[in-house]
Design a protein around this ligand. Structure first.
Ligand SMILES: *[C@@H]1O[C@H](CO)[C@@H](O)[C@H](O)[C@H]1NC(C)=O
Ligand SMILES: *[C@@H]1O[C@H](CO)[C@@H](O)[C@H](O)[C@H]1NC(C)=O
Ligand SMILES: *[C@@H]1O[C@H](CO)[C@@H](O)[C@H](O)[C@H]1NC(C)=O
Ligand SMILES: *[C@@H]1O[C@H](CO)[C@@H](O)[C@H](O)[C@H]1NC(C)=O
Length: 403
C-alpha cells in the first residue's frame, strides 16, 4: 500500500495504539499483547496466502558460503536417470541473489498458526524456510499452536537446510490449558524429529508485560506481579521437567521472552536464557540513533541484570527492527522518525553489522508482514516485515557483514 492509502485510514487510530504509546516509555514492544484473548475474533481475519509455489524448474541446492553460480545451477537434464524428480524435492530451490546471511536470527511465526482456525501448511513453511535459510542460521518461534513446531522441523528436514530453531510456548493468563496443549505439541515434535535442530524452548512472550498492563502495574518484581510470576515459574519448571524426562542426547536450554523492561528476577533466575524485546521505534528514538539505543538498552539493562544472577542466563536481543508503514496517520511516525522502507534500510545499515561486531545474539523483527496484526491492532503492528506479506523482499538492500 502507498503512503496515500495509509493516510486515508486515519480513522483506525485505536485505543490499542494509545495504550501502546503510554507503555512504550519503557522502550519495549507490545506486539502480541492481547493476542490470545482476542484469538477468536482474530481467527476470522486470518489470511492464508499459501498460493506461492515452492517448486521451481531451476534446481539449485543452497550451500553455505558465498554464492557460486556453477554450484547453484544444476540443469535437471544433468541429473542421472533413475534419480528422483528433483523438482519435487524442496532441498533444491532457487537462490535469491538479493539475500545474504547477514542476520544472527529472525523472528518468525508460520502464517495461520492461531486457534481455532489455524490454516498453516507445510508448503508455505517450506517456502519460508527456503528463504530464511538464505538469511540466517537460526529462527525463533512464539508459540506452538496449530502444530507449528512440527511443521518447521519437517520443513527443515525436507529442505535439508542448516537452520536451528527456538521452539516456544505461549502461555495465556487465565487459561492453563493453553500451556499444557502447547507443551504436549512440543513434546510430540521432539519425539518425532529429535533435538538436532532445536536450540531451546522458550516459555512465554511478554507474559509479565501483558499481565501488568491488564492490572495497571509496571514493576515485574512488585507484589502485583506475583500471580503472573507464579504461573511463569511453574510453567518453566514443568517444561524443564518434561525435557529432562525425555533424556535427550543434549541438554535442551529453557528460556523466557519478555519486553525489555519486564523481566522478573525470579523467573530470569531459573532459566538458561532470556530473550529481550527492545524497540527504539516505541521509545520514540530517531532512526539514526535507533541501533545504538537498542544495543545500549540491551547491554546496560538486560545483560547487566542477567550477569548478576547466580544462574547467569544467556541473553538474546530477541526483537529489533523498524516498521515500514502505518495503517493510520497517527502512527505514521513515532514523533521523530517515519515508518518507512528508507528508514528500515537505515536501521539495518546501522544495526546488523554493528551487532555482529559486538557479538550480540539478536533476532531481527520480523520475517514478513503479518496481516492479522494489522487487522487486529492497526497502526504499525502489521508492517515490521523484512518481506512483504507475499514474501517479496521490501525495497531494501541487505548489508554484507562478512567483511
Ligand atoms: C512518543 O511520541 C508520541 C507522539 O508521537 C507520544 O504520544 C508518546 O507519549 C511518546 N512516547 C514516549 C515514550 O515518549
Ligand atoms: C517432475 O515433477 C514436476 C512437478 O510435479 C512435473 O511437472 C514433471 O513432469 C516431473 N518430471 C518427471 C520427469 O517426472
Ligand atoms: C486500571 O485503570 C483503569 C483506568 O484508571 C480502570 O478503569 C481499571 O478498572 C483499572 N484496572 C484494574 C485491574 O485495576
Ligand atoms: C527504493 O529505494 C530506493 C533507495 O532508498 C529509492 O530511491 C527508490 O525510489 C525506492 N523504490 C520504490 C519503488 O519505492
Amino acid at each position: 500500500m502507498t503512503a496515500k492509502q495509509g493516510l486515508e485510514n486515519t480513522k483506525i487510530s485505536s485505543h490499542t495504539q494509545k495504550v501502546q504509546r503510554t507503555w512504550l516509555i519503557f522502550g519495549i514492544t507490545l506486539l502480541f499483547t492481547g493476542l490470545t484473548a482476542i484469538g477468536l475474533a482474530v481467527a476470522v481475519l486470518l489470511s492464508h496466502n499459501n498460493s506461492a509455489s515452492t517448486a521451481s524448474t531451476s534446481v539449485s541446492r543452497i550451500k553455505s558460503g558465498p554464492p557460486s553460480k556453477e554450484a547453484d545451477l544444476i540443469a535437471p537434464a544433468t541429473i542421472a536417470a533413475g534419480t528422483k524428480n528433483v523438482s519435487n524435492d524442496p532441498s533444491y530451490f532457487t537462490r535469491n541473489s538479493a539475500l545474504r546471511k547477514s542476520f544472527y536470527g529472525l523472528a518468525y511465526t508460520p502464517e495461520g498458526s492461531m486457534l481455532p482456525n489455524c490454516g498453516n501448511s507445510l508448503e508455505s513453511v517450506i517456502r519460508d524456510v527456503q528463504i530464511m535459510s538464505q538469511l540466517t542460521d537460526r529462527i525463533r518461534l512464539y508459540g506452538a499452536d496449530c502444530d507449528q513446531s512440527a511443521l518447521v522441523l519437517e520443513a527443515i528436514k525436507r529442505t535439508k537446510v542448516d537452520l536451528g530453531v527456538f521452539l516456544a510456548i505461549y502461555p495465556v493468563d487465565g487459561d492453563p490449558t493453553a500451556y499444557v496443549r502447547q507443551r504436549d505439541l512440543i513434546k510430540d515434535a521432539i519425539l518425532t524429529y529429535g533435538s538436532d535442530h532445536i536450540l531451546g524452548v522458550t516459555v512465554g512472550n511478554e507474559y509479565l508485560l501483558n499481565y501488568l498492563r491488564a492490572h495497571n502495574g509496571s514493576d515485574p518484581d512488585s507484589a502485583l506481579a506475583r500471580p503472573a510470576v507464579d504461573v511463569m515459574k511453574s510453567n518453566v519448571k514443568d517444561t524443564q521437567d518434561m525435557l529432562t524426562a525425555l533424556r535427550l542426547p543434549k541438554i535442551m536450554p529453557v528460556g523466557t521472552a519478555e519486553a525489555g523492561s519486564f523481566f522478573n528476577t525470579e523467573v530470569l533466575g531459573m532459566v538458561d536464557y532470556g530473550m529481550s524485546n527492545v524497540h527504539a521505534w516505541f521509545a520514540n528514538k530517531t532512526v539514526s540513533y535507533a541501533a545504538e539505543w537498542t544495543i545500549n538498552f540491551y547491554q546496560k539493562k538486560n545483560v547487566k541484570a542477567a550477569n548478576k544472577l547466580p544462574n547467569n542466563p544467556t541473553m538474546y536481543l530477541a526483537e529489533a527492527g523498524w516498521p515500514t508503514r502505518s495503517s493510520d496517520l497517527a502512527n505514521a511516525d513515532n514523533g521523530v522518525s517515519l515508518a518507512s522502507e528508507a528508514n528500515l534500510q537505515i536501521f539495518m545499515d546501522t544495526f546488523l553489522c554493528q551487532a555482529k561486531k559486538d557479538e550480540i545474539p539478536y533476532f531481527f523483527f520480523e520475517f514478513y508482514d503479518e496481516k492479522w496484526k494489522d487487522a487486529t491492532f492497526g497502526g504499525v503492528e502489521g508492517w515490521w516485515g523484512l518481506f512483504n506479506a507475499d514474501r517479496t523482499l521490501k525495497n531494501v538492500t541487505i548489508p554484507d557483514c562478512s567483511l
